[in-house]
Design a protein around this ligand. Sequence first.
Ligand SMILES: [Zn+2]
Length: 283
Amino acid sequence: MVNKTILVVLDGLAYETAEQCMSFLHALKEQQIATVYKMQCELPSMSRPLYETILTGVTPARSGIVNNQVARNSNQKSVFSLARGAGLTTAAAAFHWYSELYNYSPYDAVRDRHTQDPEQLIQYGCFYHGEHYADSYLYLDAESLRLRYDPDFLLIHTMNIDNAGHKAGVDSAHYRNTVRNSDVELSKYLPGWIDQGYQVLITADHGMNDDKSHGGTLSKERDIPFFVIGGHFSHQQNCAPKQTEICGIICQFLGIQNHHKAVTDSLLLKPLLMERPCLQAMA
Ligand SMILES: [Zn+2]
């Protein structure tokens, strides 16, 4: 059985700022619709390495995507490759580095910005290449892909929060207001996704520091939020999901057999989902 899943990656969103500034998501938490966990990102705390970690469950040190300049196809099993192998439909509205990891590298904007190619790992894509590409446009791109192609797995990746952090630092009105704006954008779409029964995961690749950058080991660079919405999560607070488990969680929702990344924290998901035969094979 396939449970349609949406993964939202808010680039550069520090945990503490999400706690302070995302009151729509926290309204869902207060109504017991969403649960938020504090997650620690893998190292190095940089974007492209952690895009690969989120989508494959493999740490940068092992995937070889160890800095932002490693521009090549992923050589790991990813949510996209496993979903395609299972005959599922994939889509992404995301920064062009995702196209480079899972479709074509190097990125060619004319060819790749609007992707409609059932043979690619990301079959339906809307990719952007400027860090200032407005989140509001990006969510429209994503919603258009969702309505047009009805993907089993949809990745949405925004860049405005990271961009604000690089301009003004984590402790700035600009960064905080950009996070508040992101919360408002999510409030336009999440109610519809919830009504339609999607499993939704909202997280970040890494956080942000006071030096208008990231890449180190400070808690403000490593601590990120992990919001979960949907009936297949346990919504228990006493578990500590890892960034390397996101790929496995999504694969379980998509009913993908023989996935190599087990979800080690069994408390995160509803028991019914954990007991399915393909999951025992993974253990
Ligand atoms: Zn950045």
